[in-house]
Ligand binder design. Structure first.
Ligand code: UTP
Length: 294
């Protein structure tokens, strides 16, 4: 099976409360936390755009206005930078701004779970396959992770989710794949379990925050059933698509950082800092001296 329609749209659910980062997230969306000098949400949008995504749909909530401002013009700042001749900074400020209509926003009135957030975008997606990116899962890769997933959709059809091996003691934190046949980095998904109790996980293959799903996902989400943690879970809706449509996990080429978690965020800052020509020497010497003082 191959998909009939090109994947043109991506959903960015940014309606969560970000409680693990309080008080930083009291007045600022978690997705605006910077890694080095770029907010998490911009990394995710850049990844989608690099994969050819044309329309970004943000599912926002109260207190998320800074995200809209980030992707818009900032006339006062632009004028000031222009007057001072700071061309490089000016192009950084303009980089996130997209053509009018290329970003749309819908509000998730209550944070009822990731599945609910995705469902809130149903009328903007319509009858098309869609990519979904969770900005707090930051991916460092050569080729865009979503682009790698679109290759698999092209090849296998149906639905593709990003997957990653995790340690036994961490399986209870993730949606876990019960694996079928394997073809290189691509694993057929037999079933999915959201946050299995310790010792009951069907594998170590965890689902991370990148999905390319067919529009039938919205029929499943229409049921609005609550799952683990009393939330409407995307995993439960995806699990019901398995068997009806091809469903694969891709062990993508790249590294994932859980920036919704403090340690993951610190790790990401170091990795991205080390990856920058202008900062790597400085970061290396900071890490070395911190290591010596342990
Ligand atoms: P998390 O599970 O990390 O929840 O959501 P959270 O509220 O953002 O953070 P904590 O756990 O309280 O610290 C995973 C992703 O799903 C989105 C979040 O914005 C994040 O990108 N999400 C979650 C929603 O958009 N709406 C929800 O109701 C729940």
């Amino acid at each position: 099976m191959t998909t009939s329609k090109k994947v043109r749209k991506a959903i960015f659910p940014v309606g969560g409360l970000g409680t693990r980062f309080l008080p930083a997230t009291k007045a600022m969306p978690k997705e605006m936390l910077p890694v080095v000098d770029k907010p998490l949400i911009q990394y995710a949008v850049d990844e989608a755009v690099a994969a050819g995504i044309e329309q970004c749909i943000f599912v926002t909530g109260r207190g998320k206005g800074a995200i809209e401002d980030h992707f818009d013009y900032s006339y006062e700042l632009q004028d000031t930078l222009e007057a001072k001749g700071k061309k490089d900074l000016l192009s950084e400020v303009l980089a996130p701004v997209r053509t009018p209509g290329a970003i749309t926003y819908v509000r998730q009135q209550e944070p009822l779970g990731l599945g609910h957030a995705v469902w809130c975008a149903r009328n903007l997606v319509g009858d098309e396959p869609v990519a979904i990116l969770l900005a707090d899962d930051l991916i460092k890769s050569g080729r865009s992770c979503i682009a790698q997933m679109l290759d698999v959709v092209e090849q296998e059809g149906g639905n593709v989710i990003a997957a990653m091996e995790v340690q036994d003691e961490h399986t209870h934190r993730y949606g876990i794949i019960s694996p079928g046949q394997k073809k290189g980095a691509i694993t057929e998904v037999n079933s999915l379990v959201e946050k299995p109790a310790q010792g009951t996980s069907p594998s170590n293959l965890a689902v991370i925050g990148r999905y390319v799903l067919q529009p039938e996902i919205f029929d499943e989400l229409d049921r609005q059933e609550k799952g683990a943690g009393g939330e409407i879970q995307l995993t439960d809706a995806m699990a019901r698509l398995i068997g009806k449509q091809p469903f694969h996990g891709l062990a993508f080429d790249g590294e994932r950082f859980d920036c919704g978690d403090k340690l993951g965020y610190i790790e990401a800052t170091l990795a991205f800092g080390l990856g920058r020509d202008d900062l790597s020497d400085g970061v290396r010497s900071i890490v070395k001296s911190a290591y010596q003082s342990l």
